[in-house]
Design a protein around this ligand. Structure first.
Ligand SMILES: [Zn+2]
Length: 508
């Protein structure tokens, strides 16, 4: 990390000891108050504490076996001010952060980009008592779902001592390893060994009681979409019993689910910023959730609290990495309203279905068809922001294509936060070295992929007949902003004439 973080570390250490003083004072005050009011704690404060403590009353986790004594004058494990320590069952000491030279801190070596998975080392992020001192990653497993995990433990739906049993959870198909897996510049946003963690690092798990979990899972499934029954009926898709299974358009698919694992120096490089700036921004804008982004410059890996991705592969997955086989690819960013509920104000579901149909055809022709679904709702602005933009425009009767990105920018501050810079990692991981048919018009996706050295031979537009009438606003705005088209790119004037339904129309 860049210089200057030494100062930050010192300041944090100072802050930590000030917090300790405050917490000790609060502690003392509580005890005095409790003894003044009697053990039943009938006072308002006492009763409040009692209520707050109820769900956690009978113990939550055993006292950590790994104590982390502080270096003199730096960090000290702190008590949560006002916490009913014994009743909660949490250990009375809260480890707010750790420091590289702290006693008890001995990270499992992790060499990002090492070709041998044992030498590379397991991504270790758990804060369980036997693992917390051995962590070589910041954050938590599960991406955004880590919060539900916390709730499950807090409400005792989940036993903190539960150890996952990965028997029969091996990946459903073999994949790689590919040379890309050991190129620390090609894969920076996922763990290329994330699907084999429980088996490769069994010794750590069994002998040292280190809590390690996979960040990739591979399975097979059938999928059924009503539009594909139509595709079969209309003759565009022909059931072959292998990829397209029957007249209902059911499909056989191999799925890879991937959680984000960021190698911070590599992520910073992709965005053209320094690692210190990246760490500081992540720390600040997650409400200070991960202080080790600041205090542990020796730890380079971060599991961010965001959604991951799922790869849907049609045909033999081995063909993806075979340069002699054709590959059709759809990269799709989540749009719940359209993808799941079929709302017609954008082209998301039509493009997704079109992508699946084309991918299936490619697989049936002896090639490979791949659809990758990223959890990045509403241009990664979230559905609330996205809907605020749409609602605002329509309520004012001004849902014009020419205003589409401007309106987004007014509300969100940017046009789009999907930042495709990290997206190509999954292509490297799948062993993809070229794309024959790219089922996307996005210039951002195109540029990110080509920028990573993966050529795109043909870009395939969403056919006119697939575009819902009311989503012209979105698609025309995108085309004018630089999305790929072989058709007409509108002038600003023409664009201003493209208008969506206004609310009065919908209400009537
Ligand atoms: Zn959409």
């Amino acid at each position: 990390m860049a210089s200057g973080t030494g100062d930050q570390t010192d300041r944090l250490a100072q802050l930590a000891s000030e917090l300790l003083t405050v917490s000790q004072r609060l502690d003392k005050l509580e005890k005095e108050k409790a003894s003044a009011e009697g053990k039943a704690a009938d006072g308002i404060l006492g009763a409040g504490l009692e209520r707050a403590a109820t769900p956690l009353k009978v113990g939550y986790t055993s006292t950590p076996t790994t104590e982390l004594p502080a270096e003199a004058g730096t960090s000290s494990p702190l008590r949560v001010p006002g916490s009913p320590e014994v009743k909660s069952g949490f250990s009375s000491r809260v480890i707010l952060t750790t420091y590289p030279k702290q006693i008890g801190i001995k990270p499992i070596p992790l060499e990002w980009g090492a070709a041998d998975p044992v030498q590379r080392g397991p991504v270790t992020v758990s804060r369980s008592p036997s693992t917390i001192g051995r962590r070589n990653a910041i954050g938590a497993h599960g991406g955004s779902y880590s919060i539900y995990y916390a709730l499950a433990l807090a409400s005792k739906e989940l036993n903190p001592d539960h150890k996952p049993d990965f028997t029969n959870a091996e990946p459903a198909v073999n994949i790689g390893p590919f040379p890309q897996w050991s190129d620390p510049k090609k894969i920076v946003a996922m763990d290329p060994w994330g699907h084999v963690v429980p088996w490769i690092h069994k010794d750590f798990i069994d002998k040292e009681n280190i809590d390690l979990r996979p960040t990739i899972a591979v399975t097979k499934a059938h999928m059924k979409l009503p539009e594909l029954e139509e595709s079969v009926k209309s003759g565009r898709l022909v059931p072959d019993g292998k990829v397209c299974l029957n007249e209902l358009g059911e499909l056989a698919v191999t799925k890879f689910a991937v959680e984000p694992v960021w190698y911070l120096p590599g992520v910073a490089e992709r965005f053209g910023i320094d690692e210190g700036t990246l760490r500081r921004s992540l720390f600040e804008h997650t409400g200070g959730m991960y202080p080790e982004l600041i205090t542990r410059s020796d730890i380079k890996v971060f599991l961010p609290p965001i959604g991951g991705l799922t790869v849907y592969v049609f045909g033999d997955p081995a063909r993806m990495s075979d340069p002699s086989k054709r590959l059709a690819l759809r990269i799709h960013d989540e749009c719940n309203g359209s993808d799941v509920f079929g709302s017609d104000i954008c082209t998301c579901r039509p493009y997704l279905i079109f992508g699946i149909e084309e991918a299936v055809k490619e697989a049936q022709n002896g090639g490979s068809g791949v659809v990758i679904y990223f959890r990045k709702e509403g241009r990664a602005l979230g559905e609330v922001t996205k809907h605020a933009v749409v609602y605002n425009a329509r309520k004012r009767g001004e849902d014009r294509a020419s205003d589409y990105f401007k309106r987004t920018e007014n509300i969100a501050g940017v046009k789009d936060m999907r930042f495709q810079a990290l997206m190509p990692d999954i292509l490297h991981w799948l062993g993809i070295t070229k794309i024959d048919r790219m089922l996307s018009m996005s210039n951002m996706k195109h540029d990110a992929i080509v920028g990573q050295g993966i050529p795109i031979h043909e870009r395939v537009e969403l056919p006119e007949s697939w575009i819902p009438a009311d989503s012209r606003v979105e698609i025309d705005a995108k085309i004018t902003a630089g999305y790929f088209t072989q058709g007409h790119r509108m002038t600003e004037q023409e664009l201003a004439a493209v208008q969506g339904r206004i609310w009065e129309d919908i209400d009537h």
